[in-house]
Design a protein around this ligand. Structure first.
Ligand SMILES: *Cc1c(COP(=O)(O)O)cnc(C)c1O
Length: 388
């Protein structure tokens, strides 16, 4: 039997309306042309579809369509943003600030730059998972050129004070990059009020296809972003490669659905999340990791004290959930995000991420509560069944 999906933070299914639209851009009878082909109608039709998608994504971020650079996803967007800023400076003249709770797709490019001689400060979050503007301010030096801070954490759903950090960066003339992969479609994203220079997003986190995303690059900024993929000069030279029309139609349609409004959906998901938390907290000795209210509606990272998370996950195999971050689940290391918030190894190992989304129902929630109730009471009654 297919498990009930509770891992929307890892990826979302493609909305059927999105998939249907994408199908029209693949085959001979569809608009399969190369958007860069200027000499015939099939190229123009594909280009029009790509530009329609660009407008939808720009609207979603309150950006201008000329500020959207297509990429293969948030990993590439983060790499382009961080390396694309850093290459403007000599290594010994460039200090970068980021946070300990970032996705690896930010931490690893920053680490790479560190091996090249760039200096880096990795700021710790508070126990609630929030990275404070004071902590960022305290890390600033006269050589700080870039701050990279995620809007919403992928493991906890905790929201960072992006407006305040944007203001700080603006005052100090420091470029500001935001990884918004977990924010888009969950909280309002506004590149103007956030005062960001660069912002990463990924379609598969908001009911679009995998393998496509965008980087917002502010036009009214002195920044000359250095391209990381050289080739045909696509995307105004910032990212070469033939544009994948069907993928871009997909991200555009997914953005269009959000542009029609997502507050009702967020409220519905928030109520389901509250119902789930009520059921889980009744089990006793269960806590939420991360700030209680500064969080997205669909996210719960729960510590089941005294219960091994891996054993618990095995016991609720009818639910598709995640222990720690999906991206590190190949290793048995405790989540570095939870550790950075001050959780012990054993608390981190007792924690699971449960994330809800567009297709979650009340019946799903009630099934999850009863599965967890049976599993947790079983494991607590028979601690020898737990490995660790
Ligand atoms: C999923 C995710 C990424 C990676 O996005 P891809 O499009 O899968 O490369 C980066 N950052 C955050 C916060 C994410 O949640």
């Amino acid at each position: 039997m297919r498990p009930i999906y509770f891992d929307y933070a890892a990826t979302t299914p493609v909305d059927k309306r999105v998939a249907e639209k994408m199908m029209n851009y693949l085959t001979l009878d569809g608009e399969f042309g190369n958007p860069a082909s200027r000499s015939h109608m099939l190229g123009w039709m594909a280009e029009e579809a790509v530009e329609d998608a660009r407008n939808e994504v720009a609207d979603l971020l309150h950006a201008d369509s000329r500020e959207i650079v297509w990429t293969s996803g948030a990993t590439e967007s983060n790499n382009l943003a961080i390396k694309g800023v850093a290459e403007n400076f000599a290594a010994d003249d460039c200090h970068i600030i980021t946070s300990a709770t970032e996705h690896k797709a930010v931490l690893d490019p920053v680490k790479h730059l560190q091996t090249l001689g760039y200096s880096v400060t990795v700021v710790s979050p508070g126990a609630d998972g929030v990275v404070s503007v004071d902590a960022i301010a305290a890390a600033m030096t006269d050589k700080t050129r870039l701050v990279s801070l995620m809007a919403v954490n992928n493991e906890t759903g905790v929201i960072n004070p992006i407006v305040e950090v944007g203001q700080l960066c603006q005052q100090l003339g420091v470029y500001f990059h935001v990884d918004a992969a977990q924010a888009v479609g969950k909280i309002p994203v506004d590149v103007e009020s956030w005062q960001v220079t660069l912002l990463s997003m990924s379609a598969h986190k908001f009911y679009g296809p995998k393998g496509v995303g965008a980087l917002y690059v502010r036009r009214r900024s002195p920044l000359q972003l250095k391209s990381q993929i050289h080739g045909g000069g696509h995307e105004r030279g910032m990212r070469s490669g033939t544009l994948p029309t069907h993928q871009l139609v997909g991200i555009g349609e997914a953005a269009k659905l959000l542009n029609a409004g997502f507050t009702e959906e967020a409220e519905r998901i928030g109520l389901l999340r509250d119902r789930l938390w009520q059921g889980l907290s009744a089990l006793g000795d269960v806590t939420i990791n991360g700030h209680p209210t500064l969080r997205t509606p669909g996210h719960l990272n729960v510590c089941f004290h005294g219960v091994d998370g891996e054993a618990l996950m095995m016991a609720v195999r009818n639910l598709a959930i995640s222990s720690g971050s999906a991206c590190t689940s190949a290793t048995v290391e405790p989540s570095f995000v939870l550790k950075a918030m001050g959780l012990s190894d054993s608390q981190a190992h007792s924690s699971l991420r449960i994330s809800l989304g567009r297709y979650s129902t009340e019946e799903d929630i009630d099934m999850a509560i009863s599965s967890f109730r049976d599993a947790v009471s079983g494991l607590r009654a028979n601690p020898e069944q737990q490995q660790g």
